[in-house]
Design a protein around this ligand. Structure first.
Ligand code: ATP
Ligand code: SF4
Ligand code: MG
Length: 322
């Protein structure tokens, strides 16, 4: 069966004053129907730009320089704006880190939900109202009928983000890209929303790409993860396998900086050094300046290695656990 989403060689660049900035470099992955895929990496690794690229939301000075994104077999790169708008919301939707990107402060939640339904052919007022109530209750909003008349500022941060997720769900998209929607929230609320979203995705069969800089968050929700660094996917595989036996030194570094992996009473081990500037990124492995395993070989770009359902890009991968 062909995947729901297939990205191949996706490359997105920005023209900046300092030069051409390749934010996403040759990124390939698939998402199956109903699957939750996690996209993790430090700040600036290209997670959001990958998400925006999938939805055709890259505007000048940015552009998709190469690659293909197929949703249900339909090529999205180069698609004309009208068709893209029709797909956005109905087939593929996005939830942003800041709910104010989605929510209009001047309109009630009910009015915004009606507009989102009308944009994709909704006509019947009572059916649209019923659908709005249904999605609000799916994301855990109590007394949804009464809340339709409320304005965004009348909700707490966590509830506002739930409303933004409900709006993304309204037209029953096959895939939702969630860009750090819980990052700004209290840790316990974050955990609650994550477990609810996992159950919801399972129940309604929606696929998700869950973006976070936090490996713990991604591993709690996603069955498969993509580890991104400097615009590249450095490692991918089933979450459990990648976490129990990472092959890429960068993944190992992220794991070592998780509180759960630290020895009690000792300081957390951060990956030394900082992320490289992408404008003058060289041909070699971008992680080399921070990598304890680096050798002369790492001055050339590591090709992708594949074993079963795992992939990594490294000249000196960590040995597989037998
Ligand atoms: N509009 C833009 N113009 C120029 N450069 C941009 C633009 N948007 C993103 N970039 C650059 O692209 C790179 C990837 O950015 P991106 O926002 O995808 O990172 P991220 O992984 O989502 O980070 P974060 O965890 O901070 O959200 C960064 O170097 C960023 O500066
Ligand atoms: S290719 Fe070399 S520098 Fe890059 S992660 Fe592997 S060992 Fe480290
Ligand atoms: Mg981001």
């Amino acid at each position: 069966m062909s995947p729901l989403l297939e990205a191949r060689g996706l490359t997105t660049v920005f023209e900046t004053r300092a030069g051409l900035l390749p934010a996403v470099r040759d990124v390939s992955f698939t998402v199956a129907a109903g699957e939750i895929v996690g996209l993790v990496g430090e700040s600036g690794s290209g997670k959001s730009v990958t998400g925006f690229s999938l939805l055709g939301l890259i505007d000048p000075p940015g552009r998709i320089a190469a690659g293909s994104v197929r949703l249900d077999g339909e090529e999205l790169i180069g698609l004309e704006q009208g068709r893209l708008r029709a797909l956005r919301g109905r087939s593929i939707a996005m939830v942003f880190q800041d709910p104010s990107t989605t929510l209009n402060p001047l309109l009630t939640i009910g009015a915004q939900m009606r507009l989102a339904l009308e944009a994709h052919g909704g006509r019947d007022a009572s059916a649209m109202r019923a659908r709005a109530i249904e999605t609000l209750s799916q994301v855990g909003i109590a007394d949804p009928a009464a809340r339709l008349g409320a304005y965004p500022h009348q909700f707490s941060g966590g509830m506002r983000q739930r409303v933004a997720i409900a709006i993304a769900l309204l037209n029953r998209p096959k895939l939702i890209v969630c860009d750090e929607p819980t990052t700004a929230l209290d840790v316990s609320i974050q955990a609650q929303i994550l477990s609810e979203m996992r159950d919801l995705a399972r129940n309604i069969g929606t696929a998700m790409i869950w973006i976070s800089h936090d490996l713990a968050v991604v591993s709690s929700i996603a069955s498969r993860i993509l580890v991104m660094y400097a615009g590249r996917v450095l490692e991918t595989g089933p979450t459990r396998d990648v976490l129990s036996a990472p092959r890429h030194p960068y993944t190992q570094g992220l794991l070592d900086s998780l509180p759960a992996h630290a020895t009690p009473g000792t300081a957390l081990r951060q990956i030394p050094g900082s992320t490289p500037s992408l404008v003058d990124i060289g041909p070699g492995c971008a992680f080399a300046p921070r990598c304890a395993r680096a050798s002369e070989a790492c001055a050339s770009d590591p090709a992708e290695s594949v074993a079963g359902n795992r992939r990594w890009r490294c000249h000196h991968p960590i040995a597989a656990v037998a």
